[in-house]
Write a protein that binds this ligand. Structure first.
Ligand SMILES: [Zn+2]
Length: 273
C-alpha cells in the first residue's frame, strides 16, 4: 500500500490563523497592524450591533455596516450571532434565528457565503452544535484552549484554539516554530481588539505580528481558508492501494510521498510510481 501524508499549501511548515470577536471600532487598529505584516484575521460580527456608539451599547462602540466591506477586505467575516446571547440558555428556534439572520445580514454586506462562526461566551453543547450544523455553519470556534496546542481538530465544529492573545505569544511562537512532530501544525490565536485598548498594550500584538511575519515558511490564512484546505485534503479520493489520487476540489492539494513533497491539482487524477 502506498502512503501519503498531509502537507500545507506550497509545503509550508505550518499555518498561523487568528480570530477576533465582537466587531468593536478597535478592530480598525488591529486590521491596520495585520495589513502591515501580512497577517490574516477572521472577524466574528454581531450584525444587530452595527453602528452602536458607546452610549447606545453601554459598552464599546461598534463598526458600522457601511465600514465592514472595506475594513475587513482581505480578511474573513464570520458569524457571532445577531445579539450575542448565551446559546445554551436559548430556545432551539432562537438559536437558529440568531445564526441564520446573522449569516443573511453579513452575506448581504460582504458578498460571499458566511459559514464560519465563533460562539458568544464560548457557550455550546450537543443541542447547540446540531442546530449550528443545520444552519450551514462549517466550523465553530469556542473559547477553550486545545489540549494539543498546535494540532488540527478532528471535528471543526469544536475548533479549539492555541491561546488567547494575553498568552506569552513570543514563547509560544518559538515552541511552534520548533514543533516538528506533525506535518499539519497550526497556531490558532484568538482575542478581542478592545482589550489592547483597555490594557494599553497594542505593542503586544504588533510585536507578535512582526515576529511571525519573519517566518517565511508559514502560511498566513483566515479560519475559512484553513478549513477549506483541510476539508479538501480530507476529501481527496484515493484508490484502495493508495496509488491513485483524484482531487475533485478546486484547491491544489499538497502531500508527501516516499520522502518527496508533491501536489495534485484541482480536477487532476494522479498515479504514484
Ligand atoms: Zn463575543
Amino acid at each position: 500500500m502506498k502512503r501519503i501524508d498531509f502537507r500545507w499549501p506550497e509545503a509550508k511548515a505550518g499555518v498561523l490563523t487568528t480570530s477576533w470577536d465582537d466587531g468593536t471600532t478597535h478592530d480598525r487598529r488591529l486590521v491596520e497592524i495585520f495589513n502591515k505584516y501580512g497577517i490574516k484575521g477572521t472577524f466574528n460580527l454581531n450584525s444587530g450591533k452595527f453602528g452602536l456608539d458607546s452610549s447606545q451599547s453601554g459598552w464599546e462602540a461598534h463598526i458600522s455596516k457601511d465600514e465592514v466591506p472595506t475594513l475587513y477586505a482581505g480578511h474573513e467575516v464570520a458569524v457571532h450571532t445577531v445579539t450575542h446571547p448565551w446559546l445554551q440558555r436559548q430556545s432551539s428556534d432562537m438559536i437558529l434565528g440568531e445564526v441564520i439572520e446573522d449569516r443573511r445580514n453579513l452575506e448581504n454586506i460582504v458578498g460571499y457565503p458566511v459559514k464560519g462562526m465563533a460562539l458568544p461566551f464560548g457557550s455550546q453543547d450537543a443541542r447547540v452544535s446540531t442546530i449550528l450544523k443545520a444552519a450551514g455553519i462549517k466550523y465553530v470556534r469556542p473559547t477553550a484552549v486545545s489540549n494539543s496546542l498546535f494540532e488540527l481538530p478532528g471535528d471543526f465544529m469544536n475548533w479549539t484554539v492555541t491561546c488567547h492573545h494575553n498568552a506569552d505569544l513570543k514563547l509560544l511562537w518559538k515552541e511552534f516554530c520548533e514543533y516538528q512532530r506533525t506535518g499539519d501544525k497550526i497556531f490558532y490565536l484568538w482575542g478581542h481588539s478592545y482589550e489592547f485598548n483597555r490594557d494599553g498594550n497594542w505593542e503586544h500584538i504588533e510585536e507578535f505580528c512582526e515576529l511571525a511575519s519573519q517566518s517565511k515558511d508559514i502560511w498566513f490564512a483566515t479560519n475559512m481558508e484553513v478549513f477549506e484546505y483541510v476539508n479538501a485534503w480530507r476529501q481527496l479520493e484515493c484508490s484502495v492501494d493508495g496509488g491513485i489520487l483524484k482531487n475533485t476540489s478546486s484547491i491544489a492539494i499538497y502531500f508527501s510521498h516516499a520522502g518527496k513533497t508533491m501536489c495534485v491539482s484541482p480536477g487532476e487524477t494522479l498515479k504514484l510510481h
